[in-house]
Design a protein around this ligand. Structure first.
Ligand SMILES: [Ca+2]
Length: 136
């Protein structure tokens, strides 16, 4: 079975911590066919289930993050989940922290580099969604 693979690339964007201080939105289809609970990923944050694609939806290169907190959140019409793999191969997961059963992950001491991001759904459905990246 295919599991999320950070060696693959999503749609690529590069920006700095300063540029993301004004929130940046990215339309995306939430969902996928890879079931997280079958993939044996050890998450540093919350752990939970959901379905994502094999390749990340987005591959961000984010520079000049010193002094910023970095937040990823989703606005969707379904029960979205969020998976992030950072440049140092750490995995993060969230299901519902943004409210409205949408996910949110805030990294308080983010490091510069590559962030692979998957927007999935808890129940395997697919829906329209929007990923928002913002620094604080
Ligand atoms: Ca959710």
């Amino acid at each position: 079975m295919a599991c999320p693979d950070y060696r693959l690339y999503g749609t690529e964007y590069s920006f700095s911590g300063q540029q993301a201080y004004q929130a940046i939105g990215f339309p995306v289809a939430a969902g996928g066919s890879s079931r997280l609970s079958s993939c044996g990923i050890r998450f540093l944050s919350d752990t939970g289930d959901g379905y994502v694609t094999q390749a990340p939806d987005f591959t961000f290169t984010i520079n000049k993050l010193s002094g910023y907190q970095l937040e990823f959140r989703v606005e969707s019409e379904c029960d979205a989940v969020l998976v992030i793999n950072t440049g140092d191969a750490n995995w993060y997961y969230d299901d519902d922290d943004a409210g409205n059963i949408d996910p949110q992950i805030r990294l308080t001491r983010p490091s510069e580099g590559i962030y692979d991001v998957w927007i999935g759904t808890y129940d395997g459905k697919t829906c329209s969604a929007r990923l928002i990246v913002e620094t604080f």
